[in-house]
Every structure is written in C-alpha cells, then in structure tokens.
Design a protein around this ligand. Structure first.
Ligand code: C5P
Length: 398
C-alpha cells in the first residue's frame, strides 16, 4: 500500500477565548503527520501569542498581509495554494459573518476568499451569539457554499453560561479533520460489523466472557463511516460509545449476535467479523444463582454457531472478512482459519498485543499472500485495513 503524502493544513485562528485550544489542535494535527501553517487574526494574537504557535508548528505564523516577507508579494493568496484544506478553529461569530459575506479585509479572510481548497470551520461563541438569527443565517449560507462546519458543542461556556456554542474539543476536531480526508471508497455500500466480546450466562449473575474491549471493531466501524459506508455495528458488551452515524445493535450472547447478524446481513455488501465470539455456551444456564457447595461443579458446554462461517457459506454471501487473534503461530493458524471458513480475507493479530490495547499490529492474509500493517493506533490500522478491503472487494466483484 502506498503511503499517502502528508496533508497540508492552513490553520486559521480567530479571536475568541477558545483560541487556547488551537495550540492543542495544532499539536494533534502534526502528530497525525499533517503539515500545518498557522495564520492568526489580530484579535487572535490577543488571546494566544504567535510565538506559541510558531514554536509548535516550527514555522513563522502569518499575521499580516503587509509584512510577510513573501517573495511573490501574494500573501493573501499563496499560502492557500500550498494547502489541502483551510481549517478555522476557533471561528468567531464575526469571522463566520465575514466568510458568509465574502469580506476580505484582513489576511485570513482574504486567504479564505482566494482559496481553491476545502474550508472547514469550528464555530466558538457565546450561546446567544450562536442562536442569533444572524449567525444561523450565516451558517446556513456557509453550508450552502459547501463549507464544512464542525460543531459547535454544547456545555459550559467561558462566560459562565451553558448551552450551544463551545468549540469542539481539540481531539474531536483532529479526528473530524482526519476523517474529512479519508477517500470515500465505500459510498453506497452497506457494511455489517461484529465487535466486542460475547457473554454466555452460567447463572443469574455469572457468565463466561473474554477480555475483548471492542476497540478494534469500533475503530473499523469508524473508518468505514469515514470512507462513506453505511454501517451496522452489532456489538457485545463494551464500555465504548458507538461511532457517530453507525446503526448500533447491542447484544449479549453469541446466540443474540447470530440472530442480529442474520437480521441485517440480507442487503449488506461486506461483512467484517471482528467480535471475539465465545466458542461455547453453557448448555443449561441456571435462572437462579447457583449455590456454593463443597462438591466439584461441572458445567456442560455446547458449541456456539460460527457466525462468520455461516455468513460466508450463504448462497450469495457478502465479501467476508474474518479476524483471528492467536497467541502463537499466527501465520499457520490464520491461514488455516481462512481456508476452513472460506474467506477472501483474514486479519491476524497476536492476542497478547491486541486485547484491550489502543495499539495493534495486523497481518492480512488473502489469496495473494500476507501483508503486514505495522504497529499503530487502532484507528490508523482500521483506515488502512479498509483501504485494503476496498481493493480486494473491487477485485472480487469486477
Ligand atoms: O474464534 P475464531 O478464532 O474462530 O474467530 C475467527 C473469526 O470468526 C473472527 O472473525 C470471529 O469474529 C468469527 N467467529 C464467529 N463466530 C464464532 C466464532 C468466531 O463469527 N462462533
């Protein structure tokens, strides 16, 4: 898989108290491998200094169209030509009004008007300013002009009031910006994903489960959404919030997961079984709590249905992707599973590295051999995996 060139962001900071969050956003964008050039309005420089942003970005900050030292004298145009997107964070009510009306009376507004790249704005203002008819008219105009509006968020405001208008947290903005750049490889496709562990009851209060956190499956759901898919996420018990836009179906046991998958698999194009489904369940779980006694207790376990094998064996199956968490001999066991379950693609990982962790390393097994996705956070791996699935899916249905 070819490495995408680093995305270049022109980060515009305008004069609101949320400007302090722009420093964190800058760091997070750079951490994601993006190149960031900062431009600040005069008012922004009263909230946070250009020195801070220069120190973090490693580049002089653009603050004036008159004194930029740019050889071509085109400070109001050139920086936007060198950007893949302009992000305004925070975007004040005043700056949003300027954008909506096409004003260009300072460097940042000129850069926005002269741009030939996408514009993303993260509004930040008092709740009354946000709700005002004028701001709402301006936001509607920006949306109609194709501008991406990120947020705002609801909650406590710097002025002490509570409501809509806070800027989204830097982490969420960084994620939304990265999502914006994802290729829309799955537009019009429906992807069904299982994630998390299952829980098989022994009695009213006890059960058999495993240490799967659901993080990998949820990251894959997030990546699929970013790349334009409609996503149904069938999840066993986890502590995670479903990615925005996914249709979530909560289940507990393998039998419930099987039923939910059967309900949704009909019109899906791709099925990705990430769940750590319990191989066995208790034959006859007790409705009441089993009382302790001195005698040994024997539980009869019966096998659960193999959901993935069932889907892959349907007469007209979706493109099926399996996961194999192994504690040893990854390649041997993963290839075996791929053959037995008749899968075009199986993703292997080492259980001891994967379970519960925020990072992982994946090995993809398909007809053409194996392919390593080196250690990275699970969302990065999920995005790369989805790109690989897109290639294989396209190849399989050509
Ligand atoms: O448990 P095993 O290693 O066989 O899991 C491999 C793949 O099969 C995983 O993708 C898992 O989600 C799926 N699976 C399933 N139903 C089961 C067991 C596993 O869908 N009962």
């Amino acid at each position: 898989m070819e490495q995408e060139p680093a995305k270049r962001i022109l980060l515009g900071v305008t004069g609101g108290i949320a400007a302090y969050k722009a420093a964190e956003l800058l760091r997070l964008l750079m951490k994601q491998g993006m190149e960031v050039q900062v431009a600040m309005t005069e008012a922004a420089c009263r909230f946070i200094t250009p020195t801070t942003m220069q120190g973090l970005s490693g580049k002089p900050v653009l603050t004036s169209q008159w004194d930029t030292g740019m050889a071509d004298g085109m400070a109001h145009i050139s920086p936007s030509r060198a950007a893949d997107a302009i992000v305004i964070a925070p975007a004040t009510a005043d700056f949003i009004a300027k954008l909506a009306h096409g004003l260009a009376n300072d460097l940042l507004s000129s850069l926005c008007l002269a741009r030939n790249c996408p514009l993303l704005v993260a509004p930040a203002m008092n709740r009354e300013m946000w709700q005002s008819a004028a701001t709402q008219r301006n936001i509607a105009q920006l949306l109609a002009d194709g501008v991406q509006v990120l947020g705002p968020d609801c909650g406590m405001q710097a002025c002490g009031e509570e409501g809509m208008g806070r800027m989204l947290e830097a982490g969420r903005l960084a994620q939304d910006i990265a999502a914006f750049f994802q290729p829309k490889l799955f537009s019009g496709k429906k992807i069904l994903i299982t994630a998390g562990p299952t829980y098989e009851a022994i009695d009213a209060v006890r059960g058999i489960t495993n240490r799967s956190s659901g993080k990998m499956g949820y990251a894959i759901a997030q990546a699929a959404l970013e790349q334009g898919a409609e996503v149904v996420l069938v999840s066993g018990p986890t502590a995670l919030a479903k990615p925005r836009g996914a249709q979530g179906v909560d289940v507990v046991s393998a039998a419930q997961m099987f039923e939910a998958v059967q309900q949704h698999v009909g019109d899906c194009d791709i099925f990705i079984g990430v769940a750590a489904v319990a191989d066995y369940r208790v034959a006859q779980p007790s409705e009441q709590k089993i009382k302790k006694s001195a005698a040994a207790l024997t539980l009869e376990l019966v096998p659960n249905p193999d959901i993935l094998a069932h889907v892959a064996g349907l007469p007209d199956p979706p493109f099926c992707v399996g996961f194999a968490a192994e504690s040893e001999d990854l390649a041997k066991h993963a290839e075996q599973k791929r053959c037995v379950k008749n899968l075009p693609l199986l993703v292997g990982n080492l259980a001891q590295q994967a379970i519960g962790s925020d990072e992982n390393e994946l090995v993809l097994f398909d007809d053409s051999g194996s392919h390593v996705l080196p250690r990275a956070d699970k969302l990065t791996l999920a995005r790369l995996l989805m790109q690989h699935i897109a290639q294989r899916y396209e190849g399989a249905y050509k």
